[in-house]
Design a protein around this ligand. Structure first.
Ligand code: A5P
Length: 230
């Protein structure tokens, strides 16, 4: 295998190498962390897992991994997950698969948060992907109007709902100059259950896979993409 899937597989398998027996592990959602879960299924580890989606839970259980509810685990040693965009300060856009709310809870529960991506996800500035939003199905038109008033150039509903039964929307704000500021703004909008912006401080490690199967570890550049540097 070579090409995009080889890059995802390389990153995903390297993410699995961060996990040792005895750990409580958060399992992300998507085609890259799928390789992490497959690799864990091949090892004989005594680990307890929390899944960020029903699809991840089903995959993990089919491989014989022990999956428990977040409240049962209480806290996690490490969470591994993919991302849709990663900037030089490790700020993330997530939610391409609509799982970002559960993913954010699980990442916050973890002492270490490891992100696994292929090189196409590494960007200078967040924004091209848009910002996935999980929205309560109560006043979506009102929320949409608020988003447009906050500068959204477009707000597109998805057909699919989240695992929690909420609406999923993609808002586009153009290049995101201040990810932390936009995250704070979106968190204050009533009706938005969660947005897909993850602050760089949450992220401990970013593993980037290449099509030749090699991986590199990015190091965080704290001087980049902070509000004052723009
Ligand atoms: C799921 O909702 C997302 O946050 C995924 O983590 C993200 O979309 C990355 O998925 P892929 O690894 O499939 O690109």
């Amino acid at each position: 295998v070579s090409g995009p899937d080889a890059a995802k597989e390389a990153a995903g398998r390297a993410g699995a190498a961060c996990i040792a027996t005895g750990m409580r592990v958060g399992l992300g959602t998507g085609s890259t962390v799928r390789h992490t879960i497959l690799a864990l299924g091949q090892r004989d580890l005594d680990i307890e897992c929390v899944a960020t989606s029903e699809s991840t839970r089903e995959l993990a259980e089919s491989l014989g991994l022990r999956v428990v509810a977040p409240d049962t685990a209480g806290a996690l040693d490490v969470a591994v997950d993919g991302a849709d965009e990663v900037d030089p300060a490790f700020n993330l856009v997530k939610g391409g698969g609509g799982a970002h709310t559960r993913e954010k809870v699980v990442a916050r529960m973890a002492e270490r948060f490891v992100v696994v991506v292929d090189g196409s996800k590494v960007v200078e500035r967040l924004g091209d992907f848009g910002v996935p939003l999980e929205v309560l199905d109560f006043a979506p038109g009102v929320v949409r109007a608020w988003l447009e008033a906050l500068g959204a150039e477009s707000v597109d509903p998805r057909e699919q709902r989240s695992d929690s039964g909420n609406l999923l929307l993609d808002a586009r704000f153009g290049p995101i100059l201040d990810p932390a500021g936009l995250a704070t703004t979106l968190s204050a909008v009533p009706g938005i259950v969660e947005h897909g912006l993850f602050p760089g401080e949450m992220v401990d490690r970013v593993i980037v896979g290449a099509p030749d199967g090699s991986v590199r570890d990015l190091s965080r550049d704290p001087t980049r993409n902070t509000p004052n540097s723009m």
